[in-house]
Write a protein that binds this ligand. Structure first.
Ligand SMILES: [Zn+2]
Ligand SMILES: [Zn+2]
Length: 214
């Protein structure tokens, strides 16, 4: 969703037939009318089932076209005046409503992902675990970026990554496995290992765990 969509989703428009606020909907992936497509990502529609245009539309369409359909008032972005759009059922377009708050949340997640991806380039030089950890634990991030982040874990050699990764439940098992392998590699690289009894990090050659004494 673009910034323009977000702007439109926050606009307020009202139905001239019933004065109900129009719902901002994303355009369905089929073409209308002249076959040129919608030419827009969103449009506004009156989804009020008591709207006179909609209520009377059923009879009007039946009389004029002999079909079971009605009209909803619809307005295209940037236009002042809308018009009737034929709908075949009460549910038409009800599933396309755009939720600006959900869009914003999705957008801020995307912004963080983008920043983290940029951060990968310098994270090793800056000893910055943050972007790597973010990508590995963001299940909505692109897989390619998450794979790259896993590959950088061992290089970073920062054992603070272990707990957050272990506490995360991975939806993509591949990323979980890559992260687990990276943890094993980073422990080996720093001559450390996990105590099999208490899971604390200890020196690889330790005979007795300094944490639990086993
Ligand atoms: Zn209306
Ligand atoms: Zn121990």
């Amino acid at each position: 969703m673009s910034d323009a969509c977000l702007k439109y989703a926050r606009e307020e428009h009202f139905c001239p037939h019933c004065q109900t606020r129009l719902t901002c909907c994303s355009t369905p992936p089929f073409h209308v009318g002249d076959g040129l497509g919608w030419g827009t990502d969103v449009f506004f529609v009156c989804l009020n089932n008591d709207c006179p245009l909609y209520v009377n539309g059923w009879r009007l369409v039946e009389e004029q076209y002999g079909q079971t359909a009605s009209f909803r008032y619809m307005l295209l972005p940037g236009e002042v005046k809308g018009g009737p759009m034929m709908v075949g059922s009460q549910d038409a377009f009800t599933g396309c409503a755009v939720d600006p708050e959900a869009m914003l949340a999705k957008d801020s997640r995307y912004q963080r992902e983008k920043a983290a991806l940029t951060g990968l380039a310098t994270c090793v030089a800056e000893a910055n675990l943050e972007p790597v950890l973010y990508l590995i634990t963001d299940e909505d991030a692109e897989l390619e970026g998450r794979r790259r982040a896993c590959a950088l874990l061992a290089e970073l050699g920062d054992i603070r990554c272990i707990d957050p990764i272990r506490n995360h439940s991975f939806r993509h098992t591949e990323i979980g496995q890559l992260a687990e392998m990276a943890i094993a590699a980073l422990l080996k690289k720093t001559f450390q290992r996990e105590c099999p009894y208490c899971a604390e990090i200890i020196k690889a050659q330790a005979k007795v765990c300094k944490h639990c004494g086993k």
